[in-house]
Design a protein around this ligand. Structure first.
Ligand SMILES: *[C@@H]1O[C@H](CO)[C@@H](O)[C@H](O)[C@H]1NC(C)=O
Ligand SMILES: *[C@@H]1O[C@H](CO)[C@@H](O)[C@H](O)[C@H]1NC(C)=O
Length: 378
């Protein structure tokens, strides 16, 4: 009797040994690391006019990615009387819901009669231009927003959620976060597997681009710096000051990887580095996001960074001479304006590796490289 039960116990032990080691190899660690759920959630955290539409497209066109550009635009439009910091929590909540493919969160900000095409910049999402969100393209196609907008508008809003649930990666681009701490709850949320790509750009180039798109940005500027009651140029520089401060703060927190839940979940990318070597930077971002860089996408990334357009539209990302566009401010921005931007942004610039120019000669001397390695904050 006794030896019989010892036998049974032995058999059970042997069986469980095999089950644990051969069926669930990851359970055999003595101290198992926390398993994150399988969808990967990527937040492209950036600011206005910093190349984030372009970077967003690098993700949107990937066949494994469900992408939304600026979903929190709806929050800011609906609650325009508030400041950016008041809206932080609503923006965070919306971003979390979208990552989890729960699109009911838009009920608070859009009409009950909403269609897929009421979603801000929906046509920039390849996932919303292919099955199950639209039957006229295939999921592996590179789909230009213009074509999608014409052909894929008339689908119900429920298609957004249905499509989202079929992807292994959800990527959101947002310019409406001004610090990283707001995102801590999402980083420790066990239902999310969040990684942050922090995209920055030379503030002088940002400034020039903002000047050229003033009307498009007026609504957002009011939320960012409206409380100061400034007008004209003064408001422009105040906006730059607020943006530069917040970008520097985000970088300092992210680079120090303190607290530890940020470790391996924060990647800084400078727009100028993408422009100088688009393929290498795309490869780096895809690797960080656990995405395969297909040969088709490699060709496409090369194509869109070696075109001729000057990229003047507010939200356009046509084929363009990316390198030329990124340096255009040096030829067109008056030196007095550069000095003012440098004055409000110098801390962020030295941290992120943008060299200040001391004279108009330096500004116009194109053999003077203004990019250096970004410093590691202590
Ligand atoms: C790249 O551009 C060429 C020439 O315009 C075009 O024929 C080709 O389809 C493009 N490839 C991709 C992947 O976009
Ligand atoms: C332009 O910058 C380069 C690199 O710093 C320097 O060697 C050169 O002398 C400069 N040219 C002029 C005209 O200042």
């Amino acid at each position: 009797m006794k030896s019989r039960s010892v036998q049974v116990i032995l058999i059970l032990m042997v069986l469980s040994f095999f089950l644990i080691h051969f069926h669930f190899p990851h359970c055999s660690n003595n101290a198992p690391t926390e398993e994150k759920p399988s969808p990967v959630h990527i937040l492209i955290l950036s600011s206005w006019r910093s190349g984030s539409s372009f970077t967003g497209q690098i993700f949107s066109q990937h066949p494994s990615v469900f992408y939304l550009m600026e979903p929190a635009w709806h929050v800011w439009v609906k609650m325009y009387q508030n400041s950016a910091s008041v809206l932080h929590m609503a923006v965070r909540d919306l971003v979390r819901s979208v990552f989890l493919c729960d699109m009911s969160v838009f009920d608070a900000y859009m009409s009950s009669q909403k269609k897929k095409s009421d979603l801000f910049q929906w046509e920039t999402s390849r996932a919303l231009c292919s099955p199950p969100a639209c039957g006229l393209f295939s999921r592996s196609d590179i789909i230009p927003a213009g074509n999608c907008k014409i052909l894929c508008g008339k689908y119900p809003f429920s298609k957004v959620e249905e499509a989202c649930k079929t992807y292994s990666h959800v990527v959101i681009k947002e310019v409406r976060f001004f610090n990283l701490k707001v995102l801590y709850p999402l980083l420790i949320d066990p239902s999310l597997n969040l990684k942050i790509i922090h995209l920055v750009r030379d503030p002088r180039a940002v400034f020039r681009s903002r000047e050229n798109t003033k009307a498009d940005l007026a609504h957002d500027v009011n939320i960012v710096v409206g409380a100061w009651g400034l007008k004209g140029e003064a408001e422009l520089y105040k906006a730059m000051e607020v943006i530069c401060k917040s970008q520097a703060e985000i970088y300092k927190t992210g680079r120090q990887a303190m607290p530890s839940f940020l470790k391996d979940r924060y990647l800084l990318i400078r727009y100028e580095d993408i422009v100088r070597d688009p393929l290498a930077r795309a490869a780096q971002m895809y690797a960080f996001a656990e995405l395969h860089f297909t040969p088709e996408l490699q060709k496409w990334v090369h194509n869109i960074t070696h075109g001729k357009g000057q990229g003047t539209q507010a939200f356009g990302i046509g084929s363009r001479d990316a390198l030329g566009v990124s340096q255009a401010w040096r030829k067109t921005l008056p030196f007095e304006k550069i000095e003012k931007v440098q004055n409000v942004c110098k801390d962020a610039m030295s941290l992120l590796g943008y060299r200040l120019v001391q004279s108009e000669e330096e500004q116009k001397n194109m053999s003077l490289d203004l990019l250096f390695a970004q410093s590691s904050p202590k």
